[in-house]
Each structure stands twice: as C-alpha cells, then as structure tokens.
Design a protein around this ligand. Structure first.
Ligand code: CP
Length: 382
C-alpha cells in the first residue's frame, strides 16, 4: 500500500477534523490527529520524492518570524511553503516592531491581515515564547472575527520555550520509519555536554511529552540541576500511564544501557534558565551575558556526559539509533566517530521536518486533502 493509499484509507473526516488547526504543542493534539498529520507528511514526502507537484495553496503568504537562530527549521518552512505553491517570507524577530514594544496581540493582528499562515520561533526565555505564540494567534483571530474575514491563519510553533513540535514530529516519523511501532521500545533522551550555548529546554521537553504517548519506555537522563519544567514532567508521567513508561536517572551509562534509541543533547541548567527571565524582562543585556557565562561554566562541570563509542556499546546490541535535532557539538555532545557513523541518519531525521510543516499547512487549509492529493497524483501519471 502506498502512503497516499494509507492516507486515503483514513477517510476524509480524519483530515477535515484538523482544518484550521494551529500546532502550538503536541500535547494539545489528540493521538489520532497526530497520527493523521504523520500520515499526511508521509504521503506528501512520497509524492514529492516521486516528483509530483502539490501546489495546494497558490498565491498565499506563509510568513515566519524567528527570534532565535535557525538553519533547518527556516529552510523547512520555506521549502514547505514553496512546495505548496505559497510564498514564504522569513523575518528576523529583532527587526520587527516587537523590539520597540509592540505587543504580540497587536503584531498578530497586523500579520494576520496579510498572511495566510504563520510560523514562529521564540524559544530562549522560559515563560515567554509559548505565551507570545498564543497572543499572536489571539491577535490574528480577533482581527479576522472583527472584520468578518472567514480565513483561517494557522500558526505553527517553530520552537518555543515549551515545545519544538515540528522537530519532535519529524523525529517520531523517523523513528517509525526505522523501528515501526514504538510500543515497548527503549528510548533515552539524555543531557550531553555543550560548550556552545545554554540550549533551550524545548527539544527534550517535546520529546518526553510526545514519545510517552506512543507506548515507548522513555528514560530522561540529566545531571542534578538540569531538570525540565514541572508541567512537562507531569505530562510525561500522565502520558506514560497509558502504556510504556517514563523514568528519570542522573547517570548517562544507566540511561544508555539496553536503549534502542539514544537522543543526547545539551540544555541549560534550570536555575539559570529561570534567572534569565528577570534579566530579560529588565532588558539587562550585561546580566544576560553573565548568566550565559555561568551556564557554560556549569555545563563544563559535566564534560564526561558525551555520547561516545563506549556508551553506544552499552545500548541494545551495541547499536542503538543515534538521534539529534542538530546542530550537534561534535567532540562534546557526541564523539566524532559516533556522529560520522550516524551523519546520514541525522540528515534523514532532519529531512522529515519539511514534510511535517507541509502536512500542518496543507491539513489546516485543504478540505478533502487525501482526495485532492490523489487527483494531483493521477494528473501527474497521465
Ligand atoms: N533542529 C532545529 O530546529 O534546527 P535549527 O535550529 O537549525 O532550525
């Protein structure tokens, strides 16, 4: 059965139910709806890789604003929009009037009147990005309601302080491509030493909340002081109660033992991530720089937290699947040898993001999506 046939078999109601939907966190979506988006992403990948064009949303504006650096997600946004016939525009958040104090609600209203979809990355400060995204959505929706404009402008979270849902959905598809059903698979999400910067919490948080919904045995490993938010931990524990399990350890070897999949990456020490909140609110750039320095010094107390050949040897069959959202600190988070062995794997993992973004935009905008894609496929075969 082709991926398009799998999608068609889900029935029109499976895709029509997500029309107009925004993705802020995966936790807010049902497993069925997340299954649908992955099925759409797989069908779109199959068509794209076969050279079938899918210009489903011609002449629409796909606006994205980034308040942090990005390589993969920016290009995935642009690549997805281009494949859908949309016009992608990507703006540096610091170049917008948000930096002069215009609120997210005001900004949403202004962008929503012109755009047909919006992506947002706002991931550096705890408590800010997720709220910003929701306020943007409020601004857009209030404007559209007030003007009787019946357009839906779906929002896609391109990484906030809470979650990185296009990343974790891409990760999940890549995992399923390699391992099939995740039930009873042992997945380790581990902190690893990073000297580059205090990385956001959103990737490990997004992973432990998403993967615990699919029956996996998820282990979170980190040194003391690198905990995730309480709400993340509560969600992961609650999700795992439906099957699989969730545990936390403070020993990287223990976390790697018998793991089928390892996902080692750095993130900032929790108390310092919290300290950043006030410094940022005060616009105290000197204090922010001092906190960042302390974060790197704290990380440097744990340089032995590296994914190397010895640790990979502890995993299931000595051959776990290594994953990383990228960019990785090679030589620190992961040894050059392990990265070299898995460099194609992590590129293939990253490649799913363009199809996840495509799926979210197409499913939000196109009624009877499977039927429309089948029509495009038939046309291409003629
Ligand atoms: N993994 C990820 O989000 O990569 P970028 O920061 O390059 O977008």
């Amino acid at each position: 059965m082709s991926e398009l046939e799998v999608l068609q078999a889900l029935g029109r109601s499976a895709t029509d139910v997500v029309l107009g939907r925004s993705l802020v966190t995966t936790q807010e979506w049902s497993v069925d709806d997340l299954d649908t988006i992955r099925a759409v992403a797989r069908a779109l990948a199959e068509l794209d890789r076969a050279g079938v064009r899918t210009p489903l949303c011609p002449a629409e504006l796909a606006w994205a604003v980034f308040f942090d650096k990005s390589t993969r997600t920016k290009s995935a946004w642009a690549g997805a929009a281009a494949r859908l016939g949309m016009h992608p525009v990507i703006v540096d958040g610091s170049s917008t009037q948000v930096s002069h104090g215009e609120t997210a609600v005001e900004t949403g209203a202004m962008l929503g009147m012109n755009a047909h979809a919006m992506g947002i990355r706002h991931d550096l400060i705890l408590g800010e990005g997720n709220t910003f995204i929701r306020d943007i959505k409020t601004g857009i929706d209030d404007y559209l309601d007030a003007t009787g404009d019946n357009r839906h402008v779906p929002i896609v979270n391109l990484q906030c302080d809470v979650d990185h849902p296009t990343q974790t959905m891409a990760d999940l598809i890549w995992l399923e491509e390699n391992l099939g059903d995740l039930t009873d698979r042992r997945i380790t999400v581990s902190w690893a030493y990073s000297p580059s910067y205090a990385k956001p919490l959103s990737v490990p948080q997004g992973l432990v909340t998403l993967l615990t919904r699919f029956g996996a045995h998820v282990t979170l490993a980190h040194p003391p002081g690198y905990q995730l938010t309480d709400s993340t931990m509560a969600a992961a524990e609650q999700n795992a109660a439906g099957g699989g399990s969730f545990r936390v350890v403070d020993d990287m070897d223990e976390a790697f033992a018998a793991a089928d999949i390892v996902y080692p990456k750095g993130w900032g020490a929790y108390d310092l991530m919290v300290e950043r909140v006030d410094a940022n609110a005060a616009g105290d750039t000197a204090e922010l720089a001092a906190i960042e320095q302390r974060a790197l010094e704290r990380n440097a107390e744990h340089t032995d937290w590296i994914c190397d050949e010895r640790r990979m040897g502890l995993t299931s069959g000595g051959d776990a699947l290594y994953m990383h959202c990228l960019p990785a600190d090679i030589g620190d988070e992961v040894s050059p040898g392990v990265m070299d062995r898995h460099k194609l794997h992590v590129a293939q993992e990253a490649n799913w993001k363009v199809y996840v973004v495509m799926a979210l935009l197409a499913a939000a905008k196109v009624p009877d999506l499977a039927g429309v894609l089948a029509g495009l496929d038939e046309e291409a075969q003629r």
